[in-house]
Design a binder for this molecule. Structure first.
Ligand SMILES: Cc1cc2nc3c(=O)[nH]c(=O)nc-3n(C[C@H](O)[C@H](O)[C@H](O)COP(=O)(O)OP(=O)(O)OC[C@H]3O[C@@H](n4cnc5c(N)ncnc54)[C@H](O)[C@@H]3O)c2cc1C
Ligand code: SF4
Ligand code: SF4
Ligand code: SF4
Length: 399
């Protein structure tokens, strides 16, 4: 039976709750806002199935194999605009739907909780586009739904973080031919409770209730992507970047991540998924054939299933094939766990004490320095040299 004594040893993938034959594992929120398995001991029959599917217990050794590397842009410009990067995920998902399949991905609901759902129509795929920078709740029966669809002979595409994909694969045991998995390069997942506080803060600051958020909007272009908030009054006019939006600052500072993310066992190059996708901010370092300010996805294809599918979507995308060694070079988020912010525990303790305004003011105050940084970014954008400066920066740093 699973017992969580060290929270850094549970990534919250939900595989244990999905496999339990007695349904006696419920995912329970802790004081930091993360979900952990809570077992009803009276009902447990000690079958140990939960341990057998836990990716943190069954850590896989990394074995190199042949991979293909690409940079990708979906040809449909609207979809690309809505996507975080180049819309590679949508190209894969659209093909699955068109061939009668089902796609699982992450939505943000009206209570601002991210969780996994599935869709069977192209129109509904829209809600999966754009990364939600907060931990998604997989669900205590989502992996069972995946298995049911597969057992009925349907093709299933499942997207998520690397740990969620490893949990799903251990749960399924069998290597289903009709399962396509897509994982992201994953910096970390922050606390859903901290995100609720951010929404509370913005409701107050914007003077009205928030209707929707997009974590990576391209209003100022892909290279200066911003948090975008829609209220009943503002018509999506809130755009703030990593330098000044309190949530993006919190996310990129590593102050409220899940404990397992600081010791991540899944950030590796050779994965169990079919595709790994992530950002490409420096197309100019790889190819002169593609534009570079509307979003590009970097992609590793790990399996022959992935290769077959990639052939099928070639008509829908612009792509350049690259040496995989070249595209992973220098991508820290593939090789190293995220750094623990020294103030993390203090922030998490304050999460349950301070109101939203005091919390974010204490850790991410809107100082003169922040205002100057924002002013410089907007000025560079208005002078139309933001892209040039960013490119220069990425050439110098080879990012
Ligand atoms: C939590 C998180 C951290 C990331 N960290 C990095 C990073 O450090 N460096 C980097 O280059 N790229 C990172 N990415 C990936 C990047 O943001 C883009 O998702 C990726 O470039 C693919 O873009 P796309 O345009 O092809 O598809 P998109 O339109 O971005 O498709 C989004 C995909 O991500 C899934 N997804 C969205 N939110 C979540 C979530 N909370 N949990 C699990 N799955 C989710 C959706 O189901 C969908 O499959 C991260 C993504 C997430 C979700
Ligand atoms: S040991 Fe078996 S019954 Fe007990 S919690 Fe784990 S899966 Fe459920
Ligand atoms: S299976 Fe997933 S949710 Fe369950 S204990 Fe292991 S890591 Fe945590
Ligand atoms: S950093 Fe690692 S443990 Fe955290 S969500 Fe990403 S893959 Fe999972």
């Amino acid at each position: 039976m699973i017992t969580i004594t060290d929270k850094s040893k549970c990534c919250g993938c939900n595989a244990c709750a999905n496999i339990c034959p007695k349904n006696c594992i419920k995912m329970k929120r802790d004081e930091e806002g993360f979900l952990y398995p809570d077992i009803c001991q009276d009902e447990c029959i000690s079958c140990n199935l939960c341990e057998s599917v836990c990716p943190e217990i069954n850590v896989r050794a990394e074995v190199p194999f042949k991979q293909d590397g690409y940079i990708v842009q979906i040809k449909d410009e609207n979809i690309r605009r809505e996507s975080t990067a180049g819309g590679a995920f949508s190209a894969i998902a659209r093909y699955i739907i068109q061939s009668g399949g089902v796609v699982f991905g992450v939505v943000m609901d009206d209570k601002f909780l991210a969780h996994h759902t599935y869709v069977e129509s192209e129109l509904e795929l829209q809600k999966y586009r754009n990364s939600k920078y907060v931990q998604s709740f997989v669900g205590e029966s989502t992996f069972k739904q995946v298995r049911e669809f597969l057992n009925k002979g349907r093709t299933v595409c499942f997207s998520g973080t690397p740990c969620q994909i490893e949990g799903l694969k251990l749960f399924l045991k069998e290597d289903y031919k009709k399962l396509i998995t897509v994982d992201v390069v994953c910096r970390a997942v922050p606390s859903p409770l901290a995100f609720e506080k951010y929404i509370e803060l913005q409701n107050k600051c914007l003077g009205t209730d928030i209707i929707n958020v997009r974590f990576r909007d391209k209003y100022f272009g892909y290279k200066y992507s911003t948090m975008n908030i829609c209220t009943a009054k503002n018509n999506w006019s809130y755009h703030r970047g990593i330098e000044s939006d309190p949530w993006l600052r919190a996310f990129f500072s590593g102050i409220c991540n899940r404990p397992s993310c600081y010791e991540c066992n899944f950030r590796k190059r050779y994965r169990v998924s079919d595709f790994t996708i992530w950002d490409c901010f420096s197309v100019c370092n790889f190819s002169k054939k593609m534009d570079d300010d509307k979003g590009t996805t970097r992609m590793l294809v790990h399996t022959s299933k992935g290769r077959e599918l990639f052939d099928k979507i070639k008509e829908e995308i612009k792509y350049v094939e690259l040496n995989p060694d070249e595209i992973v070079n220098g991508v820290k988020e593939i090789f190293e766990p995220s750094k623990r912010n020294p103030k993390r525990d203090e922030f998490m303790a304050d999460l349950n004490i301070l109101d939203a305004e005091k919390l974010f003011k204490k850790y991410f105050p809107n100082t003169i320095k922040v205002k100057i940084k924002r002013f410089i970014r907007i000025a560079l954008y208005k002078l139309r040299i933001y892209k040039f400066v960013k490119n220069l920066y990425s050439i110098i740093l080879k990012k």
